[in-house]
Write a protein that binds this ligand. Structure first.
Ligand code: ASP
Length: 416
C-alpha cells in the first residue's frame, strides 16, 4: 500500500479536486491512504477566525460566511445534483464551528486554536471523499482525530506512538482508498490537536510508518524538491534524488517543501518519499531515500523571513553559565519558541527565532528580572548548504550580517 498527501494548493478549487480523482485513477486497485489538507488558504482564514474570536471582533460572522461560501462554491461546481448527505455533514461541521465561537475563549490561545482550525481539514476531506465516491474511486472517510493520538501540547502536539500505531493498524479497510485529514489529531479527553503548520506531511509519514507502506508521495505544485524557494530565487533546480539525512537537514533549516518531522518516521522504516507535481503526475519528481550519492551536487538556499535576534546579558556581569542557558531554554520550550541559531560570549547569550509578538513579550516578562534583554527584529535567516564563497558574496550583497555560522557543509547568515 502507498500513502499520498495532497496539500492545500492541490485541492484549492473544483478543478484541483477533479485532478486528485484523476491521479488516484492512475493507480488502479492499489490500496492507498490519502491524507488531505484544508482547501487552498483555508487554514490562514481559520487563523483569522481564531484571532477574531479571541478579540471578539465584529468581522467574525463575515469571516465564517466567506469560508462557507468558498466551500459551497466548490461543492456546487463538483456536483451536478444535490448531495444531501454531504450537505448534512458540512452543516454539522459549520454548526460545530459557530457554536464553538459563542463559548467564551479560554486563556490558553493554543487550546482555542486547536478547537477551531482543524475544521478546514474536516471540510476538505468530507467534500473530497464524497466526490471520489460519486466518481468510481470508492473510498472511506476516516477520522484522524481517532487515529493520530497525541498529548495536549496544543498547536505542537506530540504523538503517542504506541496508541497511534495500534489505532492505525486496527483500521478496517472497507475500500481500497481511505481518505483522512492531515495536520490534526486528538487527545484521550477528546480535544482536537494540531501538529504545527504544514503538519500534513508529518501525518502522511505517521500513517506510512504504522502501515509499513511501500512509499509516500507528497503531491505539490512544484516538480519536486527544488534547491531554493521560487518565491525568493530565480533559476531554481530540481534535486532528483537526496538522502533522508540531506532532506531532514534541508527541512530543519526551513525548506518549506517538507515538514521537518516527516523524515524520521520514514527513515526508521526505510520507506521512500516521493515529492511530485500534481500538474504532471507522470513525471519523476524527487526521491528521498537512503541513497546519498547525489547529495551535495547542487547548492541549496533556504530563506526564513521575519526573524528576530534576542540577546540576554547577565545584569551583574556574571559569566553566562550552563545554568543560565538551561533556564533560558526551559522558558523557550515552555512558550513553544523554536531556536534557529544561537551564540554565546562571556556575559551574553543570543538566540534567533521566528518573530511571534505574544510569545516574545511573554519571554521577556519571565526573564527580564534576571537579564538585560534586547532584540532586533525584521531579519532574514539565509542558510546555504554546499556553499562557496562566491555564492555567499552574491547573496549577502548590501546586507548587514548580525550573526554568521559556518560548518563544512552549511553556512547560516542572519541579516538585515
Ligand atoms: N492545513 C494546514 C496548514 O496549512 C496543514 C497542512 O496543510 O499541512 O498548515
Amino acid at each position: 500500500m502507498q500513502v499520498f498527501k495532497f496539500g492545500g494548493a492541490s485541492v484549492k478549487n473544483a478543478e484541483a479536486v477533479k485532478n486528485v480523482a484523476h491521479i488516484l485513477g492512475l493507480h488502479g486497485d492499489e490500496k492507498i491512504l490519502v491524507v488531505v489538507s484544508a482547501m487552498g488558504k483555508t487554514t490562514n482564514e481559520l487563523e483569522k477566525i481564531v484571532e477574531g474570536y479571541i478579540n471578539q471582533s465584529d468581522d467574525l460572522k463575515t469571516l465564517v460566511d466567506s469560508l462557507k461560501k468558498y466551500h459551497s462554491d466548490i461543492v456546487n461546481q463538483l456536483f451536478n445534483e444535490p448531495n444531501p448527505s454531504l450537505n448534512e455533514a458540512l452543516e454539522k461541521i459549520f454548526g460545530y464551528l459557530e457554536k464553538r465561537l459563542t463559548i467564551p475563549p479560554s486563556d490558553n490561545f493554543d487550546l482555542n486554536y486547536d478547537q477551531i482550525v482543524p475544521v478546514g481539514e474536516l471540510l476538505s476531506t468530507k467534500i473530497i471523499a464524497s466526490y471520489l465516491n460519486l466518481n468510481s474511486n470508492l473510498c472511506q472517510w476516516v477520522d484522524a482525530r481517532k487515529l493520530i493520538l497525541t498529548d495536549s501540547r496544543f498547536r505542537k502536539a506530540n504523538i503517542d506512538w504506541e496508541l497511534t500505531e495500534m489505532a492505525i493498524q486496527g483500521l478496517d479497510w472497507e475500500q481500497n482508498i481511505l481518505v483522512t485529514q492531515g495536520f490534526i489529531g486528538g487527545t484521550k479527553g477528546n480535544f482536537m490537536t494540531t501538529l504545527g503548520r504544514e503538519g500534513s506531511d508529518f501525518t502522511a509519514a505517521i500513517f506510512a510508518n504504522a502501515l509499513n507502506a511501500k512509499s509516500v508521495t507528497i503531491w505539490k505544485d512544484v516538480p519536486g524538491v527544488l534547491n531554493a524557494d521560487p518565491k525568493y530565487f530565480n533559476n531554481t533546480e530540481k534535486l532528483e534524488e537526496i538522502s533522508y539525512k540531506e532532506a531532514i537537514e534541508l527541512a530543519y533549516y526551513g525548506a518549506s517543501v517538507i515538514h521537518p518531522k516527516t523524515i524520521k518516521p520514514l527513515q526508521n522504516k526505510k520507506i521512500p518519499l516521493h515529492v511530485k507535481s500534481f500538474l504532471n503526475p507522470e513525471e519523476l519528481g524527487t526521491v528521498i531515500s537512503e541513497n546519498f550519492e547525489k547529495d551535495g551536487l547542487i547548492p541549496c538556499y533556504i530563506f526564513k523571513t521575519n526573524q528576530v535576534l534576542v540577546s540576554f546579558s547577565t545584569k551583574d556581569f556574571a559569566f553566562i553559565s550552563e545554568k543560565h542557558i538551561s533556564q533560558i531554554f526551559d522558558t523557550l520550550y515552555g512558550l513553544g519558541l523554536e531556536v534557529n541559531t544561537m551564540q554565546n560570549s562571556a556575559i551574553n547569550f543570543s538566540i534567533n527565532t521566528s518573530f511571534e509578538k505574544n510569545k516574545l513579550e511573554a519571554l521577556m516578562k519571565v526573564l527580564e528580572n534576571q537579564y538585560a534583554i534586547k532584540y532586533n527584529d525584521g531579519l532574514d535567516l539565509l542558510t546555504i548548504r554546499h556553499y562557496n564563497d562566491e555564492i555567499i558574496k552574491v547573496l549577502t550583497k548590501g546586507r548587514k550580517i548580525l550573526l554568521e555560522q559556518r560548518s563544512r557543509n552549511t553556512v547560516r547568515l542572519l541579516m538585515r
